[in-house]
Design a protein around this ligand. Structure first.
Ligand SMILES: CC(C)(COP(=O)(O)OP(=O)(O)OC[C@H]1O[C@@H](n2cnc3c(N)ncnc32)[C@H](O)[C@@H]1OP(=O)(O)O)[C@@H](O)C(=O)NCCC(=O)NCCS
Length: 179
């Protein structure tokens, strides 16, 4: 499927673990804008902790879309730990090729929604990956976001709640490269 890209003139840049000090605040700012109507949720308020945790991984991989000098969206993840992939307990037998990229977080500033930016940066992140699979989690109460991911070729394989205070998530999986 051809990506549906009508994103404005954005420049997509790639960042790694060593870049964390210079992008940390950018990620927090874009997240705060994207989740502005849900920042009373304590789990969303813990985002800086997640940035530290994911960004602290030496294999952290992140893309940020820039409109001039304003960051408008980001997508990041890291290779999943073998045998502890989020899909593992739901897919039997395991796929023959199972090196997995865990796509952890995606956020687009509200002003840039419905422009293709989410797909642009997701494909920018994932197209460069060498793994066989991508896995992600989406809140079970956000079916429209799940539909968006389905339109990119991901499919639901199960549900999981990684933390006691986290939402219940739908686990979604796709082969890489995305179709
Ligand atoms: C998810 C996201 C990147 C998609 O951006 P997009 O491709 O421009 O698409 P939209 O913003 O139109 O979102 C698609 C649909 O999902 C809904 N949606 C998006 N984020 C949502 C959220 N956090 N909670 C509930 N619904 C949400 C939108 O309302 C929209 O529904 P609609 O088609 O009825 O209008 C963007 O909406 C976003 O940054 N959301 C907040 C952060 C988020 O939820 N990230 C995903 C984590 S799995």
């Amino acid at each position: 499927m051809e990506p549906n890209l009508s994103a404005p003139d954005l420049v997509v840049r790639r960042y790694c673990h060593e870049d964390l000090p210079k992008i940390r605040q950018t990620l927090i700012d874009v997240h705060a804008d994207a989740y502005a109507d849900a920042m009373d949720d304590e789990f969303n308020q813990r985002f800086p902790w997640f940035v530290e945790n994911w960004g602290g991984n030496p294999d952290f991989d992140c893309v940020i879309a820039w409109d001039g000098d304003m960051a408008v969206a980001f997508a990041y993840g890291a290779p999943a730990t073998p045998q502890r992939e989020w899909w593992r307990e739901h897919v039997t037998p395991a796929p023959e090729k199972h090196r997995t990229f865990a796509y952890s977080e995606l956020a687009v500033r509200t002003k840039y929604r419905k422009t293709g930016t989410a797909e642009l940066i997701s494909r920018a992140l994932l197209d460069a990956r060498g793994e066989d699979l991508v896995v992600l989690l989406v809140d079970t109460e956000h079916p429209k976001v799940q539909e968006l991911y389905e339109s990119w070729g991901l499919r639901k394989v199960g549900e999981r709640q990684p933390f006691a205070d986290s939402p219940l998530y739908t686990v979604m999986l796709a082969d890489l490269p995305l179709r």
